[in-house]
Design a protein around this ligand. Structure first.
Ligand SMILES: Nc1ncnc2c1ncn2[C@@H]1O[C@H](COP(=O)(O)OP(=O)(O)O)[C@@H](O)[C@H]1O
Ligand SMILES: [Mg+2]
Length: 290
């Protein structure tokens, strides 16, 4: 299953538009992935969540992961980010083997994740949410001995982070998150990931519960991350969103990778057909790889 995806994978971003057929079959020829996984397996009792999946995330790209419910999208990103521990397989970050035992390990390594079950603390204000789990202490003995938080510093930086991402409608970082709309909460979660993710940002269905305007804001934030050079893994089953922002699309099906396509090589109906098993990548090889 994975060999299918690997051999048919189009060239990574940054490769010349005139890439020859040779470089199409060797997608990794010119660039080293930031995050790379091989043979990830995860079972839950008799349920196979992942059956040996490979993933490569290249610098500055948005890699979308699509697939039907239960295809293994969330399990895949949980295994990449320490929320699930794979039964088998290897993960490398910038070429070095890593083995995350919990989400905090991945965070410390520079991978920030917004999981599908949105993890914001509604009663806390925006700045506190941004720094949840990595609060900043005041300098000197006030911080080191009395454990006092640098609230002003966190609020100023939170505001800068949010403005950086173009969510200008949120002005007061002291506002409780429970008073925000779904889209603004999602924006806080994405902004938090963007503020702390130094190497990779992973977003699981970030627009699933959002309206059109809110989704647009989140998609714009994702594009802004790419412009900053930060690679993003975006899990979504919203085809228009995926086709709007993705550089490459990993199609997850029944726990395996059914293929890797690009918005240039395939259209939405073809992507859905591969996703649902109505066709295969071999039967629908698409246009010349992008
Ligand atoms: N913690 C779990 N316990 C048992 N089964 C699970 C667990 N997490 C995921 N699964 C199963 O693994 C498969 C893949 O799930 P998931 O990765 O959540 O799919 P997706 O995100 O693509 O909808 C499904 O069959 C799901 O029921
Ligand atoms: Mg999921």
């Amino acid at each position: 299953m994975n060999t299918t995806g690997a051999t048919a994978a189009p060239a990574p971003p940054g490769e010349s538009e005139t890439a020859s057929a040779t470089s199409t079959t060797k997608p990794n020829a010119s660039k080293t992935p930031i995050l790379s996984a091989r043979g990830l397996v995860k079972t839950f009792g008799r349920v196979v969540g992942l059956d040996g999946v490979d993933v490569d995330l290249y610098p500055g790209e948005i890699l979308a992961v699509i697939g039907d419910n239960g295809a293994g999208k969330s399990t895949l990103i949980k295994c990449l980010t320490g929320a699930d521990i794979p039964d088998a397989g290897t993960i490398e970050l910038e070429g070095k083997p890593v083995s995350f035992r919990r989400p905090q390990d991945a965070r410390e390594a520079g991978i920030e994740t917004v999981y599908q079950t949105l993890a914001v603390a509604p009663a806390l204000d925006i700045a506190s949410n941004l720094y949840l789990g990595q609060e900043r202490r005041r300098s000197g003995p006030l911080g080191s001995v009395l454990r006092m938080l640098d609230k002003k510093g966190m609020r100023d930086d939170a505001l800068a982070a949010i403005q950086n991402l173009g969510i200008g409608t949120i002005q007061d970082m002291g506002e409780a998150v429970e008073r925000l709309s779904g889209g603004q909460r999602q924006a806080v979660a994405v902004a938090r990931a963007a503020a702390f993710g130094s190497k990779v940002v992973v977003l699981d269905e970030p627009t699933a519960a959002l309206g059109v305007r809110e989704s647009t804001a989140v998609l714009d934030m994702i594009k802004a991350l790419r412009e900053r050079g930060l690679p993003v893994i975006l899990i979504s089953h919203n085809m228009p969103h995926v086709f709007e922002v993705a550089d490459r699309i990993h199609i997850q099906r029944l726990g395996g990778c059914a293929g890797i396509i690009t918005p240039q090589s395939h259209g939405m109906p073809e992507a859905v057909a591969i996703m649902t098993g109505a066709t295969t990548l071999e039967e629908s090889p698409g246009a010349t790889a992008a």
